[in-house]
Write a protein that binds this ligand. Structure first.
Ligand code: ASP
Length: 418
């Protein structure tokens, strides 16, 4: 049994859908579950709908209409029958979304976000499922919200593994006996059956949840790059393909911000020793990268860049040392805001944390501890991480930029650059 995950870039248009269908046909050699993201940039477009709805600027309906048109255009290209049932099904999702925006505006932004943004994956999987059925590939469309259960942390749902395992074993195993399963990435639902999402780019993680619970042989993430590279090819033209890396290397890279794989993906696979393949959907015949227990003998310097970073400096108001209790207050404030620190360091009476520039989360942290600390904030910074560094590589990447903080460990160098 295998799990495939296709991201938005792979299904951005009718030709993309055809290509995905051909990969499913060619590389399926037994039982297969396929996790799919929303088409192209649909999730961003749906985020704009949410913003328009919340700000009540009258644009939400126009934006929804554009999303509808782009999906219908793809269907016109894929299905000869102008009355194909796919149109009715897509329409139902749009009608539900329109009901949502006609309701009185809700206070809970994150809840509304999930109800609207989740539609992208429901649409894309409906199109793909009908299309591959049309060309003779038997499949079943699964509403992932019936099996992936989360708490009610909207936009960052925490998976209830016990319940999810029970439901996947009960509902999915039997379907896989007779057909391919096509399902949505990124989505889950609360115990009350309200839709949640698992965090942007979360479809890789969805696939890993299925891979773990179904004890799949492997999981393949099909990408528009040849595999995992030694740097983002859009930023580093000399980036090279890493043919084999360990779970540890992958988890470190994604933790520091490598966007090629969602950071939560590795743990469920490592826990069961299941390999992850990262392959190109443009050249599916190429090997790509294997993430598993083995590391390649020697790795080149691997560079990860995180833009739009913010440095928060906390000074104790009463000159207390940054000792255990003070650190505990700081960490509790970050935990309560569900806010990850990308780098931290402390002095005698000050503590510094480098974070993504997310104003709501920064405000939440500040509010919780401003009675105890004076807080400075510095924005527009870049966090550069180099794994397997050498002095030459550090120098060539720092160039003439000033590093406000530099940290060096055995295999990892990090610099917060101005
Ligand atoms: N469609 C969602 C996003 O763009 C989830 C995903 O693609 O993994 O973030």
């Amino acid at each position: 049994m295998k799990v495939f995950k296709f991201g938005g870039a792979s299904v951005k248009d009718a030709d993309g859908m055809r290509n995905v269908a051909s990969i499913i046909e060619k590389y399926n050699d037994g039982k297969l579950l396929v996790v799919v993201s929303a088409l192209g940039k649909t999730t961003n477009a749906l985020e704009d709908v949410v913003k328009a709805y919340i700000s009540n600027n009258g644009e939400a309906k126009i934006l929804i209409e554009k999303i509808k048109q782009s999906h219908f255009d793809i269907c016109k290209d894929l299905f000869e029958d102008k009355n194909h049932p796919v149109y009715d099904q897509l329409n139902n999702f749009f009608v539900e979304m329109e009901w949502q925006i006609e309701e009185e505006r809700m206070e809970e932004y994150n809840y509304v976000y999930d109800q609207i943004v989740s539609v992208g994956e429901l649409l894309s999987t409906t199109v793909l499922s009908h299309y591959i059925n049309e060309i003779g590939i038997k499949n079943t469309w699964l509403d992932v919200r019936d099996v992936i259960k989360t708490d009610d942390t909207y936009r960052e749902g925490n998976v209830n593994w016990l319940k999810t395992t029970e439901l996947i074993q009960e509902k999915v195993l039997s379907i896989l006996e007779n057909s391919i399963v096509i399902t949505q990435g990124f989505l889950g639902s609360t115990p009350e059956n309200c839709t949640t999402t698992l965090g942007r780019e979360g479809s890789d993680y969805t696939a890993a949840i299925f891979t773990n619970i179904l004890n799949a042989e492997n999981q393949t993430i099909w990408k528009d790059v040849p595999g995992v590279l030694s740097g983002d090819p859009r930023k580093f033209t000399d980036a090279v393909l890493l043919e084999e890396i360990s779970y540890l290397e992958a988890v470190e890279m994604t933790f520091y911000g490598a966007s090629v794989i969602h950071p939560k993906t590795i743990k469920p696979l490592q826990n069961k020793g299941i390999p992850l393949l990262v392959k190109s959907f443009i050249h599916p015949e190429n090997k790509g990268t294997i993430v598993g227990t083995k590391n390649s003998a020697s790795l080149p310097p691997i560079r990860v860049v995180k833009e739009d970073q913010c440095l928060l400096t906390f000074h104790t108001k009463n000159f207390s040392f940054i000792a255990e209790e003070v650190i505990s207050d700081l960490l509790s404030a970050f935990a309560a805001a569900n806010f990850k620190m990308n780098m931290m360091q402390n002095g005698a009476i000050s503590f510094q944390a480098c974070v993504d520039n997310i104003p709501e989360k920064i405000a939440k942290v500040k509010k919780a501890i401003e009675h105890e600390f004076d807080i400075d904030q510095k924005e527009n910074l870049t966090l550069l991480t180099i794994r397997h560094y050498n002095e030459e590589v550090i120098a060539s990447h720092k160039m003439n930029k000033k590093a406000i903080i530099e940290q060096k460990r055995h295999t990892t160098w990090q610099g917060l650059l101005e």
